[in-house]
Design a protein around this ligand. Structure first.
Ligand SMILES: C=CC1=C(C)c2cc3[nH]c(cc4nc(cc5[nH]c(cc1n2)c(C)c5CCC(=O)O)C(CCC(=O)O)=C4C)c(C)c3C=C
Ligand SMILES: [Fe+2]
Length: 465
């Protein structure tokens, strides 16, 4: 059954050590009057009809928190910090037409997590989880704790609602993006949440690709959460607290930390470099290219109505054999990528600039194509793939080292596209990529990314309408 209590009350019990049946803490005043002083009154939602599945009190709490982000806006400079002081901090609102974290200027750090729903959970459990996650996410992206009582404002006799490691830190551009995997809609032929009929036709496990060595422990998941921030502690705090809130309803399946974004979504962001040392994100779709976003990223009228304005997210954990790569001659590295290492210029004009368009017909001194037929850039380019473009948002990762004394490193590839088939087509085109000798795909997942939550509602609500 849907829990009618305010998310703050549900949080306090669901995340406690005794689980959902534990008694709630004694009501206490808000964590800090000054910390929440920046939140507009809940009257921001007056006039909006409560949506099915979201309690009136829950809606009011969500509106209050969500409106904080909306007030500051993208690129806003006024962030309300957990310490209660007003500081310079970038905030991105949780609610909106699209979820934040897709076209948002790519932040420096990632904590990505996949969750599985727990056995014996039902539709109401899923709805209440999405409500509680939305409530907490709307607060966290605004630089607030997960609940009003937070880390230190609750009963001393109960575990704190918020884990506390982000106290005093600004929002750091935090975005939290939620997704629904194929198994959420139907697993082993069981429609546990009554949503099987709403599963988009393309939302199925990705097919097998050449040269992958996928590990179930690094793949798939009923739900995914992408937390990106300019402070790693803020991103980790978000996943940790959402995981805690999910107690009794969903369990962490796998997670991945990422650093050093390998992409850009705005022209004024410098193109970063991946662990092969090359500029990555040069030819990415940018946030102001609305025509390309509509054509390639946002789900349109040809898909499930509840997903319109959303997208599909592909995650691939790709190990990079960097010790072997580091022994390759520079000229050969350039040939494999199809661009120069220094400037990032296409090899059709190696003395040119990063932004120069690649000319795949140009011939080199030897009479062969200047951009090799097996180069990554040629095989991934829209010209080779029927015009397909992906919005890439990946991160570097280093997970320590292997038993052989090599860095366990690679690229946590993330791409958003309006059709899963688009990723599949590009990945198939990369089957002859010269770079494959230095890569191993270890993890994989596909999730439908619902549109942004409406003010006063929760992420994915139209799926349950
Ligand atoms: C299936 C999609 C892709 C995977 C997987 C992928 C892995 C991967 N890429 C690099 C490094 C670079 N990729 C670059 C460009 C590029 N890559 C893809 C797709 C996938 N990459 C696309 C669609 C493009 C753009 C092609 C174009 O339009 O020109 C580049 C060049 C710079 C840039 O444009 O970003 C680099 C470098 C690695 C290291 C990697 C796996 C570990
Ligand atoms: Fe690439």
């Amino acid at each position: 059954m849907t829990d009618p209590r305010h998310p703050d009350e549900r949080l306090a019990t669901a995340s406690g050590p005794q689980g959902p049946t534990a008694p709630g803490p004694t009501p206490t005043p808000a964590r800090s009057a000054s910390a929440d002083a920046g939140a507009p009154a809940a009257s921001a939602g007056v006039g909006q009809a409560p949506r099915r599945g979201l309690s009136r009190r829950g809606m009011l709490g969500l509106v209050g928190a969500g409106a904080v982000g909306a007030g500051a806006g993208i690129g806003g400079t006024l962030g309300v910090t957990r310490a209660g002081a007003v500081e310079q901090a970038r905030t991105h609102p949780f609610s909106g037409t699209h979820q934040a974290g897709i076209t948002t200027p790519v932040q420096d750090h990632l904590h990505f997590a996949a969750f599985d729903m727990m056995a014996r959970t039902d539709r109401d459990d899923l709805i209440s989880l999405l409500q509680d996650w939305s409530y907490a996410a709307a607060r966290m992206v605004a630089g607030l704790e997960v609940s009003v009582k937070g880390a230190v404002g609750g009963s001393p006799q109960a575990p704190p609602d918020d884990t506390g490691e982000a106290l005093g830190l600004p929002a750091a551009g935090l975005t939290i993006t939620f997704g629904f995997g194929p198994t959420l809609f139907e697993a082993d032929g069981v429609d546990r949440y009554g949503i099987a009929a709403q599963r988009p036709a393309g939302l199925v496990r990705l097919p097998a690709f050449l040269g992958e060595d996928l590990q179930p422990a690094l793949s798939d998941g009923d739900l995914c959460v992408q937390a990106c921030a300019d402070d790693p502690q803020v991103a980790v705090h978000a996943i940790r607290n959402l995981s805690r809130i999910a107690f009794g309803r969903a369990r962490l399946r796998w997670s991945q930390l990422g650093f050093g974004r390998t992409s850009r979504t705005t022209a004024d962001q410098q193109t970063p470099r991946n662990l092969f040392g090359y500029k990555d994100g040069t030819a990415n779709i940018l946030a102001d290219d609305t025509a390309a976003l509509d054509a390639h990223v946002w789900v349109g009228a040809d898909d499930q109505p509840w997903l319109r304005g959303g997208s599909y997210l592909v995650a691939r954990k790709i190990a990079m054999i960097i010790e072997s790569w580091d022994r390759v001659r520079l000229e050969e590295q350039d040939r494999i990528i199809g661009r120069t290492k220094g400037e990032g210029a296409p090899l059709s004009a190696p003395a040119g600039r990063e932004g120069d368009p690649p000319d795949f017909a140009a011939l080199g001194a030897s009479g062969k194509p200047a951009i090799d037929v097996a180069s990554h850039v040629r095989l991934a380019h829209p010209d080779q793939n029927g015009g397909i473009q992906l919005l890439r948002r990946g991160y570097n990762y280093v997970d320590g080292n292997t038993a052989l004394g090599k860095l366990d490193a690679g690229l946590f590839f993330l791409s958003y596209q309006r059709r899963p088939e688009d990723f599949i087509a590009v990945q198939r085109s990369l089957s002859t990529d010269a770079m494959n000798e230095y890569l191993k795909h270890l993890g994989s997942g596909l999730w439908a990314i619902p549109p942004g939550a409406a003010q006063g509602s929760f992420v994915g609500a139209p799926l349950f309408a």
